[in-house]
Design a protein around this ligand. Structure first.
Ligand code: PHE
Length: 443
C-alpha cells in the first residue's frame, strides 16, 4: 500500500465545521420535523433530546476517540484496536454509507429541484405534484446532479474539498435558518405552531415506537453508528480536545434541529395548514411547506428559496461525510487514489439510488433499515467495542482534554447504559423493520 502522508484538517475549526456539516443536514430539517409531527410534537422532542444527551454524546466521543487515536479509516481503525474479529463491523459501516447516501441523495435532489422552483416557477401547484416530482426519471436526474457535486467535493480532498466547503457553507446555513425562524415568528398566527411544537403531552412518550424513532433520529442526526465521525476524527491532530469537540458538534446539531422546528411549525400553522401536520410522513416538508410558500406569494418565493437553499447546503455537507466513509476505506484498504475512489464509489451509490428515486415506499423502507437497524446496531457494536474491547479508551479520549474527572462515567455509560438502551430499542426496531420490508414486497 502506498504510504503517502495522511491528510489532515488545516485547523481545529476546520474539523468542527466539517463535523457539524456532517451532523446538520436533512436529518435536522426534513426528518426531525416530520417525525415530530408524526409522534405527537413536544413529547417526541423531549425524548430525542434525552437520548442525544445520554446515548448520542457518549457514542460520538467514542467515535472520535477511535478515529483520532488510530488515524485510520473505520475498517482499519477497528482492526487496529480490536484485531481481525472487528473488521466486519467496519465493513458494515461502509455498507451503511452506501445505503444511506443512495436514498439521501434522492431527497437532496428534491431539495435542489425545489430551490430551482423558487427561482424559476414559484410554488403554486407544486404540492399537488409531489408524487411525480419525487418519483421517476426526474427524481433520478436531480439525484444524479446532487451526487456529481458531492463527488466533486470529496475528490478535492480533506482540506481543499471537504473543509473548505463546510467552512463556507455552515456559517451561511446558520444565518439562513436563523433568518427563517425570525421571519416565521413574525407571521400572524405563529403561536399555534409554537404551542403544537413545544407543549408536551407526555402520554405519547412511553410507546416503544416513539422511543425507537427518537433513538434512530438521535443517531441519524448526529451521523453516528456508521463511522462518519470516526473518519473525520481520523484527520485530526493527536492533541485536539475531543470532549469539547463532541459538545460543540452535539450543540450545533440539536440547535439547528430545534431552530428548524421553529421555522416549520409556525409557518404551517400561521398559514392554516395544520390539519396536514399530523398525518404527514416523508413528504411533509415537500408538500405542506411549498403550499405555505405558494400562499405567501412573492415573499414565499424568497422565503422558499432560502429554505430549500439551506436544505441543499445541509444535505451536501452531510452527503460529503457519507461518501468520505466509503472513499477513505477504499483509499486505506484497497490502495486506491482519492479521485478514483470518489468517482467509483459515487457512481455505485448513484446507481443504488435508482430504486429510491423510483418509489417513495422503497425510499421509506431504505430509511428505516438504515436508521433503525444499521445506525442503532452500529452504535451498539461501537459502544461495546470502546466500552469493553479497547484497552484504554479513557487515556486515548483524554489526550488534549483538560478535565478528565468524568471520563469513568463516560466509560460506564458505554459499557452498560448505552448497550442496554440500544438493545431494548433494537428488540422492537428489528422486527418492525422486517415487517416493513415484508410489506414492501407483498404490496
Ligand atoms: N447527520 C446527517 C443529517 O442529519 C445524516 C448523516 C447520517 C450523515 C449518517 C452521515 C452519517 O442529515
Amino acid at each position: 500500500m502506498a504510504d503517502a502522508p495522511r491528510e489532515q484538517w488545516s485547523s481545529r475549526a476546520g474539523f468542527v465545521f466539517a463535523a457539524v456539516g456532517s451532523a446538520v443536514g436533512l436529518g435536522n430539517m426534513w426528518r426531525f420535523s416530520y417525525l415530530t409531527a408524526e409522534h405527537g410534537g413536544a413529547a417526541f422532542v423531549v425524548l430525542y433530546l434525552c437520548i442525544t444527551l445520554l446515548i448520542g454524546l457518549p457514542v460520538l466521543l467514542a467515535e472520535l476517540t477511535v478515529g483520532r487515536g488510530s488515524q485510520r479509516s473505520p475498517v482499519a481503525a477497528l482492526r487496529h484496536y480490536g484485531g481481525r474479529a472487528w473488521t466486519p463491523l467496519g465493513v458494515v459501516f461502509v455498507a451503511a454509507g452506501f445505503l444511506i447516501l443512495a436514498y439521501y441523495g434522492v431527497i437532496a435532489g428534491w431539495t435542489l429541484r425545489y430551490g430551482l422552483t423558487a427561482i424559476f416557477g414559484g410554488f403554486v401547484g407544486v404540492a399537488d405534484s409531489f408524487d411525480e416530482i419525487a418519483q421517476g426519471a426526474d427524481a433520478f436526474a436531480f439525484h444524479l446532479a446532487f451526487m456529481v457535486i458531492t463527488v466533486g467535493v470529496v475528490a478535492g480532498g480533506v482540506k481543499a474539498g471537504i473543509e473548505r466547503t463546510a467552512s463556507v457553507l455552515m456559517p451561511l446555513l446558520f444565518l439562513m435558518v436563523i433568518g427563517l425562524a425570525i421571519h416565521a415568528a413574525m407571521l400572524p398566527g405563529a403561536e399555534a405552531g409554537y404551542a403544537y411544537y413545544l407543549d408536551t403531552d407526555f402520554s405519547e412518550i412511553f410507546s416503544h415506537d416513539v422511543l425507537t424513532n427518537a433513538a434512530g433520529q438521535a443517531f441519524f442526526s448526529l451521523s453516528l453508528g456508521m463511522g462518519a465521525m470516526m473518519t473525520y476524527a481520523s484527520y485530526l491532530r493527536r492533541d485536539e480536545n475531543l470532549p469539547q469537540g463532541s459538545l460543540l458538534i452535539g450543540g450545533a446539531d440539536v440547535g439547528i434541529a430545534f431552530l428548524a422546528g421553529l421555522v416549520v411549525f409556525p409557518m404551517i400553522f400561521a398559514l392554516g395548514l395544520s390539519e396536514k401536520v399530523g398525518g404527514s410522513t416523508v413528504g411533509a416538508l415537500f408538500i405542506t411547506l411549498p403550499e405555505a410558500f405558494a400562499v405567501m406569494g412573492g415573499v414565499g418565493r424568497v422565503v422558499g428559496f432560502v429554505f430549500f437553499a439551506a436544505l441543499v447546503v445541509g444535505a451536501l455537507t452531510s452527503a460529503i461525510s457519507l461518501l468520505e466513509v466509503v472513499v477513505s476505506a477504499a483509499i486505506d484498504g484497497l490502495g486506491w487514489g482519492r479521485r478514483r475512489a470518489a468517482l467509483l464509489a459515487g457512481g455505485a451509490i448513484t446507481l443504488l439510488g435508482v430504486p429510491a428515486a423510483w418509489s417513495l415506499s422503497v425510499l421509506e423502507v431504505m430509511d428505516q433499515v438504515a436508521n433503525n437497524v444499521f445506525l442503532l446496531g452500529g452504535g451498539l457494536a461501537l459502544s461495546l467495542f470502546v466500552g469493553w474491547r479497547m484497552r484504554d479508551p479513557i487515556s486515548e479520549a483524554g489526550v488534549g482534554a483538560e478535565n478528565m474527572r468524568w471520563f469513568p462515567l463516560w466509560r460506564m455509560l458505554l459499557r452498560f447504559v448505552v448497550p442496554a438502551v440500544l438493545l431494548y430499542v433494537l428488540a422492537d426496531a428489528i422486527p418492525g423493520t422486517l415487517r416493513a420490508i415484508g410489506a414492501l414486497f407483498s404490496a
